[in-house]
Design a protein around this ligand. Structure first.
Ligand SMILES: [Zn+2]
Length: 119
């Protein structure tokens, strides 16, 4: 989750986060570009929800343990696949690889997928 300045399209930065009595959280954000700012006041339940959402977002945006790379030959072969079906083929091959814990696509992997799916 992030806030962006509508005027500058910049990510707003968190400038203040404080708890007030009665369980409210008062958080300020401001734009590094134009300096406009706003405050967000949330109650205890909302604070919890936002924290969970932020944590969840961070967990989801951390790169997965399997980052699929294509080696040079595989890349060249991929580029020979007609553009219309290339992204589909690419996804299929990457899915095949990630399911098998492979992190590099080689022409060998492509051959196996080809056998399997007739691509
Ligand atoms: Zn701005």
């Amino acid at each position: 989750m992030k806030f962006t300045c509508l005027k500058c399209n910049k990510e707003m930065v968190n400038t203040k986060a404080g708890n007030t009595e009665d369980g409210l959280t008062n958080t300020s954000f401001s734009c590094p570009e134009c300096g406009s700012s706003f405050g967000l006041v949330t109650n205890a339940m909302e604070t919890k929800a936002i924290r969970e959402l932020v944590l969840h977002t961070e967990a989801c945006s951390t790169p997965a343990s399997t980052i699929i790379q294509w080696d040079k030959d595989a890349q060249a072969r991929l580029s020979n696949i007609p553009e219309m079906v290339r992204s589909m083929a690419q996804k299929g091959i990457e899915k095949y690889a990630s399911e098998r814990g492979l992190n590099t696509i080689t022409t060998d992997v492509m051959d196996k997928v080809k056998e399997l799916y007739g691509m």
